[in-house]
Design a protein around this ligand. Structure first.
Ligand code: HEC
Ligand code: HEC
Length: 215
């Protein structure tokens, strides 16, 4: 075969383009397998991730898959602490985590309702949409989206989540007991008042996909 001087370059280009093609196709989970594997989770998170009435466990339905998989990996490694979830995650392989994450992410998004006085919800809306300039709290919607839908892969869906869970997580970030967030949420929560946390937690619970993206 008559090798032209371009021959090595040709192969180099082939390799580079192959690498470019392969990279983005990172192992996405299998929804059907995830449904089966999530049977053990249904008692607390609900069979489709919409939670269980009267229980304080977070909803997972419509949560972004990368976020779910990250939390499971964090529970497994101990980066996020919760004795119950750490015990459960210890039995999951990375493949299981991807599959379960894909299943919950594929479900119709969680929905909920805000409770409390109008003043409280209004305060929550103000913080969510505009932050607090005086204390340096960033607007939540810049990362979690105007309707709380989240922005994959890093920023979780919040809209429709239980107010009690939101509030509990904000306090966990504020006190540093949850610190698996690359210091993003811990810094924000640190600057927030108890009233702001209460208000924004309720406001988030009532946020829906259809909430108009007003400013
Ligand atoms: C006995 C009840 C219970 C069971 C069973 C359970 N969970 Fe949980 N899960 C919880 C609680 C409570 C939390 C909140 C932990 C915290 O406060 O940090 C949680 C948190 C989570 C989170 C983090 C949610 C978020 O928004 O950050 C994920 C993901 C999760 N669970 C997935 C699973 C999976 C997958 C299974 C099944 C293998 C499972 N859970 C089984 C109670 C349960
Ligand atoms: C700069 C981006 C950014 C901003 C602004 C932001 N967040 Fe977050 N938030 C994150 C990230 C990233 C996570 C996930 C951390 C992790 O990986 O565990 C998160 C997680 C959360 C969680 C936990 C979700 C769950 O299911 O456990 C809550 C609640 C939350 N944020 C509320 C808020 C509120 C309220 C505000 C506004 C006061 C806010 N966030 C502003 C980036 C942001």
């Amino acid at each position: 075969m008559n090798k032209s001087p371009w021959f090595p370059l040709f192969w180099l280009l082939m390799l580079v383009s192959a690498a470019l093609f392969v990279k983005p196709v990172h192992a996405a989970g299998n929804i059907a397998a995830g449904k089966t594997k999530s049977a053990a989770c249904a008692a607390c998170h609900g069979p489709t991730g919409h939670g269980m009435p009267g229980q304080p466990n977070p909803k997972l339905a419509g949560q972004n898959a990368e976020y779910i998989a990250k939390q499971l990996a964090d529970f497994r490694s101990g980066a996020r602490k919760n004795p119950l979830m750490q015990g459960l995650a210890a039995n999951l392989s990375p493949r299981d985590m991807q599959d379960i994450a894909a299943y919950y992410a594929s479900q119709p998004p969680m929905t909920g309702a805000a409770a409390g006085s109008q003043d409280l919800i209004t305060l929550g809306e103000k913080v969510y949409r505009g932050g607090n300039h005086q204390t340096g709290v960033s607007a939540c919607m810049s990362c979690h989206g105007p309707s709380g839908h989240g922005i994959p892969p890093r920023f979780p869906r919040l809209g429709g989540q239980l107010a009690t869970y939101n509030q509990q997580q904000m306090w966990a970030f504020k006190s540093g007991t949850r610190n698996n967030d690359s210091e993003i949420m811990t810094r924000i929560a640190f600057r927030m008042s108890a009233e702001e946390i209460r208000g924004v937690s309720q406001y988030i619970a009532g946020l829906k996909e259809s909430t108009p993206p007003k400013r």
